[in-house]
Design a protein around this ligand. Structure first.
Ligand SMILES: Nc1ncnc2c1ncn2[C@@H]1O[C@H](COP(=O)(O)OP(=O)(O)OP(=O)(O)O)[C@@H](O)[C@H]1O
Ligand SMILES: [Mg+2]
Length: 284
């Protein structure tokens, strides 16, 4: 286990019965070819548990490995990367050996939706292609499922949006469409890498609220990378704090923000102007 400074993480993870933990990762190492030769270890013995149905925030300074952690879970690391883990449990089942072939039931949302969309392809086609990857049904049904995904993310007039090109949508609508696309892959685990950083504050709040709502409606488990501790306080149940490719602290947001154990967590919290008021962790 990597949690050198703090004992095993918290109530949410430690006290949960095995069936309540969706994903348990033990000893994840990732290294990449360095830019000036050699190898760079970007994740170093990372271990954590993701309780089912929770929203888990991942915080830490730039370069600490947050994106690489999500990419390692998705199996979409850069060329030349190696990924190794001691053990991965999904719903208590050891899937370590089958992982390279059978990916986790996860879908990912990126900071910039344009990285997920081909600018020359209409939104509708992006969505129906995902539907077709998962089921063989008629065209009408495929279209309806895709359109319903836009409704699920609260896009008004989904039929109109189906016929639009990505650049014709506002940033917030594009982000919603990307979330719709992720949902169509029917993930149990939704991974979001700074999904609102590029958006203005009002839209950010709407997208975060949407993620929280979708979590509840679809019994999703959500991992969300953010550099904004206020976001963690507002929408996350649990938090992982990363530094230099390791998890230095993890636990329920309420506990970690109230009594941070690792000096780095304290530093992060102290750097927030005006401090943090934790409202999450409590019942929502
Ligand atoms: N394609 C790449 N090739 C080599 N090294 C990389 C590559 N992408 C990232 N790295 C390195 O991997 C480490 C972890 O990067 P990562 O992108 O996961 O950080 P992060 O925590 O997501 O940072 P940020 O908050 O800036 O997004 C960094 O040291 C980074 O320089
Ligand atoms: Mg990143």
């Amino acid at each position: 286990m990597t949690d050198a400074e703090s004992p095993r993480p918290p109530a949410s993870a430690a006290a949960a019965a095995p069936g309540d933990v969706l994903l348990s990762v033990d000893g994840l190492d990732v290294d990449l070819p360095g830019r000036t030769g050699g190898r760079v270890q970007v994740l170093d013995d990372v271990s954590f548990q993701v309780p089912r149905g929770r929203v888990v925030g991942i915080v830490g300074e730039s370069g600490s490995g947050k994106t690489m952690l999500l990419r390692a879970l998705m199996g979409i690391l850069p060329d030349g990367a190696t990924r190794e883990w001691r053990q991965v449990l999904l719903d208590g089942e050891d899937i370590t050996a089958s992982l390279p072939r059978r990916p986790l039931p996860a879908a990912m949302v990126f900071q910039d939706p344009m990285t997920s969309f081909n600018p020359l392809v209409r939104i509708g086609k992006h969505l129906t292609e995902v539907v077709q990857r998962f089921q063989r049904i008629g065209r009408r049904q495929t279209y309806d499922l895709a359109r319903d995904a836009l409704t699920a993310v609260r896009i008004p007039d989904p039929d109109r949006v189906m016929s639009r090109y990505p650049h014709e949508l506002s940033g917030g609508m594009r982000q919603r469409a990307m979330i719709a696309m992720a949902l169509l892959a029917r993930p149990e685990l939704l991974l979001a890498d700074e999904p609102t950083t590029a958006l203005d504050a009002t839209i950010q709040a709407q997208i975060l609220a949407l993620l929280r709502t979708l979590q509840a409606e679809r019994a999703l488990t959500v991992l969300i990378v953010t550099h904004d501790l206020a976001v963690v306080a507002a929408v996350c149940d649990d938090v992982l704090v990363m530094k230099d490719g390791r998890i230095v602290e993890s636990g329920e947001v309420e506990r970690v923000f109230r009594e941070p154990r690792h000096p780095y967590t304290r530093e992060l919290l102290a750097a927030v102007p005006g401090g943090i008021e934790s409202t999450a962790g409590a019942d929502s």
